[in-house]
Design a protein around this ligand. Structure first.
Ligand SMILES: [Zn+2]
Length: 273
């Protein structure tokens, strides 16, 4: 199968702070979505395991020292169109200048600190529960979109409040799963489930060096869930050595575009048929 032709759009559904605790939580909607695709509870994020660094690496396919999203976020600054590192949005925009794209997040700094200022990208920040209907409206009203990025934040907040991996956080993961179920229903209603590449993942875990925090190089902070489905994606592949940076490579490959320069982002072995 020619993957690039079969896939019309890429959808990245991100759950902040879920780490590999997805494995212990009840996630029926995500499980159903990824049935027929491939996933792993052993993917790795980048160090330090904080959201600016990690979402930046997912969106750019390079490490924090190159994309520098954390610095723009800390300074409340707009990420410039740096020639050293382009986000997925900038790369897709260059290839498909007339295609709409959407970034819907709870943690607003991502929108300016990790994504360049680009025409045709709908950027929206709202609490998780309010975000879901807005995403549904975007799917209905902008069906020609090429890239949709979602970041839900309540799971990270629950980890900081109750402790990462605790029952309180696992319940938050299940609530996020239900919200992803709502997004999937909107995609199904728009007949987009069969020609989209969909990634479900998280930026980092937590509870490693500190029970209520993350940022360290402890495996509980660094290990993340990563799953993918779509045309040309293998079913039940054993995914080894996946990095959060590889998300960018997978997304670009799915849209028929070259991978980020430097080789930090790679296609997970065995993911594509
Ligand atoms: Zn956090």
């Amino acid at each position: 199968m020619n993957t690039a032709q079969a896939i019309q759009r890429v959808i990245i559904l991100g759950i902040d702070g879920a780490g590999a605790y997805m494995k212990e939580a009840d996630t029926p909607h995500i499980d159903a979505l990824l049935q027929g695709g491939s996933s792993t509870y052993g993917a790795q994020t980048v160090y330090p395991s904080n959201s600016g660094e990690c979402w930046g690496s997912l969106l750019h396919g390079v490490g924090p020292e190159k994309h520098k999203a954390q610095a723009y976020i800390q300074n409340n600054a707009q990420m410039p169109a740096d020639p050293a590192s382009a986000s997925l949005f900038r790369r897709v925009k260059a290839a498909y200048p007339n295609s709409p794209m959407g970034a819907f997040v709870c943690w607003a700094p991502i929108l300016t600190g990790a994504i360049e200022e680009l025409d045709g990208v709908v950027k929206h920040a709202a609490p998780d529960a309010d975000l879901v209907p807005v995403i549904g409206a975007f799917i209905r009203e902008q069906p020609a979109f090429r890239l949709l990025f979602v970041q839900l934040d309540d799971v990270d907040a629950a980890g900081h409040k109750h402790g990462f991996g605790t029952a309180g956080q696992l319940q938050a993961i299940t609530r996020a799963d239900a919200q992803i179920g709502e997004i999937v229903r909107a995609l199904a209603a728009a007949a987009m489930l069969d020609d989209s590449l969909i990634v479900v993942t998280t930026d980092h875990g937590g509870g490693g060096a500190r029970t209520h925090d993350h940022g360290s190089d402890h495996p509980k902070d660094m290990t993340i869930f990563w799953g993918c489905r779509g045309p040309g994606v293998a079913a039940g592949a054993e995914l080894d050595g996946v990095s959060i940076r590889d998300t960018a490579a997978v997304a670009l490959h799915a849209l028929g575009l070259p991978l980020p320069e430097g080789g930090e982002a790679k296609l997970p072995e065995g993911l594509f048929l």
